[in-house]
Design a protein around this ligand. Structure first.
Ligand code: PGA
Length: 245
């Protein structure tokens, strides 16, 4: 039985003071053993959030990580630094990084591998544009993202995959539970094809894109959806309701 994993991606929101205040406000209410809960604040808030969450079941993640170990990479954060900060997860290949920072499947793959090498659990995002879906290219696109993203990974269950259709992110247009389930099931089949049926049964696949406290339950009760990656709603008390879907 796969344990659900609900992660909040705060994106470029919340100063350190705001992060601290919000975590103090919600932490008792999102502290549960029923699901894995992860919050991903801005990098400058990571250490403080980790400290505030000590002794709870809530994990901290970062929103991006470098594929390099160290050195002349201005502005980057290494996986080793993520571990040293006490964070356990890293969102990798979010569509905003792919689109705004030209991250390719190959780059995403190197980040995934670096995370695994250093002991960080990657949350690897995949997702198609509206055009790709309209042209019926969404399955082949996602297949490539999954296959290339997981290249040389030994144990795919050590990666969390987040299916986030780009047309659903921040738009208020959540995929229907049927659309989300269809693609998450497809992703599981892709994992089965590359690895094994057993691996496919073990890997956790989240859905993300306009998840709210109102649609979370329907989405999260689908058989192949093992959690949610939540943007906007994770900045509000709504996140509490989502965690307790
Ligand atoms: P959203 O963002 O929930 O605001 O649509 C999801 C995400 O980008 O991870």
């Amino acid at each position: 039985m796969r344990k659900k994993i609900i992660a909040g991606n705060w994106k470029m929101n919340n100063t350190l003071a705001e992060s601290v205040a919000f975590i103090n406000e919600i932490k008792a209410e999102i502290d549960t053993e029923e699901v894995d809960v992860v919050v991903c604040p801005n990098a400058l808030s990571t250490v403080s959030v980790v400290n505030l969450l000590e002794g709870t079941n809530i994990a901290t993640g970062v929103q991006n990580v470098s594929a390099e170990n160290k050195g002349a990479f201005t502005g980057e954060t290494s996986a080793e630094m993520v571990v040293a900060a006490g964070a356990k997860y890293a969102i990798v290949g979010h569509s905003e990084r792919r689109q705004q920072h030209n991250e390719t499947n190959q780059m995403v793959n190197l980040k995934v591998l670096k995370c695994l090498e250093k002991g960080v659990t990657p949350i690897m995002c995949v997702g198609e544009t509206l055009e790709q879906r309209q042209q019926d290219m969404h399955f082949i696109h996602i297949r490539l993202q999954v296959e290339e993203g997981l290249k040389k990974v030994e144990n795919p269950a050590s990666v969390v995959i987040a299916y986030e259709p780009i047309w659903a992110i921040g738009t208020g247009v959540c995929a229907t539970e049927k659309e989300a389930e269809e693609m998450c099931k497809y992703i599981r089949n892709v994992v089965a094809g590359v690895f094994s049926q057993r691996d496919a049964e073990a890997v956790r696949i989240q859905y993300g894109g306009s998840v709210t406290k109102d649609n979370a339950k329907t989405i999260l009760n689908m058989p192949n959806i093992d959690g949610a990656l939540v943007g906007g709603a994770s900045l509000k008390r709504d996140f509490i309701d989502i965690v307790h879907f």
